[in-house]
Design a protein around this ligand. Structure first.
Ligand code: AKG
Ligand code: MN
Length: 190
């Protein structure tokens, strides 16, 4: 991909580990559905989420306090750090309950992520299509994110490409996605 650094490992997590993690996270995570303001209107997000780690997360005027790391998430963080040679201090969990839950086109370019963030995404459960679209050329790329896949976005990816997880008409079960991020709180930035 031009002007991007993307690494896709479809069978990254061993199947038994992926199965155990999917079951545990699906059942035990305190999932929340939050409102988002779009074009001056407030609607519910088409997915559930949970936020863990060392720093709060601010988006669309909402600040989410972090939940403390769990043993499962710390273990997964260590494995993701070993695979990517990067460090992470927070993780966003998204639960797509079925094919009608989705995430629209966006960049992960919030100020607290800094310039050229490395974001590591682990997928569990139902396979879903993940799309990239170049902001200028409109060129598209597609990856299938299946149970146990690791997708790493780094370098200039968030500057030049948007990404999305589209709805699907197919009958699909639940999918959980975890994006590990390094957040620098605003108080620590100049
Ligand atoms: O569910 C996914 O694979 C993508 C999630 C995402 O882009 C995000 O949380 O910012
Ligand atoms: Mn994103």
């Amino acid at each position: 991909m031009p002007q991007a650094t993307v690494n896709w490992q479809p069978d990254w997590l061993p199947l038994a580990d992926a199965d155990n993690l999917m079951a545990a996270l699906h059942q035990h995570t305190p999932w929340q559905q939050l409102p988002i303001s779009m074009f001056g209107r407030t609607v519910m997000q088409p997915r559930l989420l949970a936020w863990y780690g060392d720093h709060a997360y601010t988006y669309s005027g909402l600040t989410l306090s972090p939940r403390p790391w769990t043993p499962e998430l710390l273990d997964l963080k260590a494995r993701v750090e070993a695979a990517t040679h990067a460090r992470f201090n927070t993780v966003l969990l998204n639960l797509y309950r079925d094919g009608s839950d989705y995430m629209g086109w966006h960049k992960d370019d919030e100020a607290e992520l800094g310039e050229q963030p490395t974001i590591a995404s682990v997928s569990l459960g139902a396979s879903r299509r993940f799309l990239f679209r170049h902001t200028q050329s409109k060129e598209k790329r597609e990856f299938l994110l299946s149970h146990g896949a690791l997708l790493v976005m780094a370098g200039q990816t968030q500057t030049y490409w948007q990404h999305a997880l589209p709805k699907t008409q197919k009958t699909v079960g639940a999918r959980i996605n975890l994006t590990f991020r390094w957040i620098t709180p605003s108080s620590a930035r100049e």
